[in-house]
Design a protein around this ligand. Structure first.
Ligand SMILES: [Zn+2]
Ligand SMILES: [Zn+2]
Length: 160
């Protein structure tokens, strides 16, 4: 097995997962599985959300790929499993910790990227319903949100 190839597949899977997540969020979570995603848009009390089920839904293929890939020495499949797992971890840190602050780990950040993903996801949550949302991705953010946050930064700098 070639380590460059192995790591390349992990990275490729990671990037692909952003697209898979966008599609799943746009067409499945805001589609026929809306009943699992609804409580993420219409908050109720309690720590867990039905929406957390999606972590399990994505963890299963990841675990299967890693386990079966290693058992059968199929490193392509194992690398894809690690890629999905790495994306799940990144998603967890960005969405649950940085954006929704379910764990108070690093709450104060003025990093431009952090502020932009927060803003973009806030725009997603502006909509409480199933239809007509915007900004379904997570790590990749459309240019208009970058522009918006850059502009806001400039205003703050001008006024201080
Ligand atoms: Zn949503
Ligand atoms: Zn959210």
């Amino acid at each position: 097995m070639n380590w460059f190839l192995f790591i390349g597949i992990i990275l490729g899977t990671f990037l692909t997962m952003e697209g898979v997540t966008w599609l799943t969020h746009r067409f499945v979570m805001h589609g026929f599985l809306w009943y699992l995603h609804r409580d993420h848009h219409q908050k109720s009390s309690g720590f867990f959300e039905k929406n957390d089920a999606f972590f399990l839904i994505f963890a299963i293929p990841s675990w299967l790929c890693i386990m079966l890939g290693l058992q059968h020495s199929n490193y392509w499949v194992a690398a894809m499993g690690f890629g999905i797992a790495a994306y799940g971890l990144a998603y967890f840190i960005v969405h649950e910790v940085i954006i929704h602050k379910r764990f108070k780990w690093f709450t104060r950040s003025n990093n431009l990227y952090v502020r932009t993903i927060r803003w973009a996801h806030k725009m997603h949550h502006k909509n409480f319903g199933k239809k007509d949302g915007e900004s379904f991705g997570m790590l990749l953010v459309a240019k208009k949100y970058w522009d918006k946050v850059r502009k806001a930064n400039k205003m703050i700098n001008l006024n201080s």
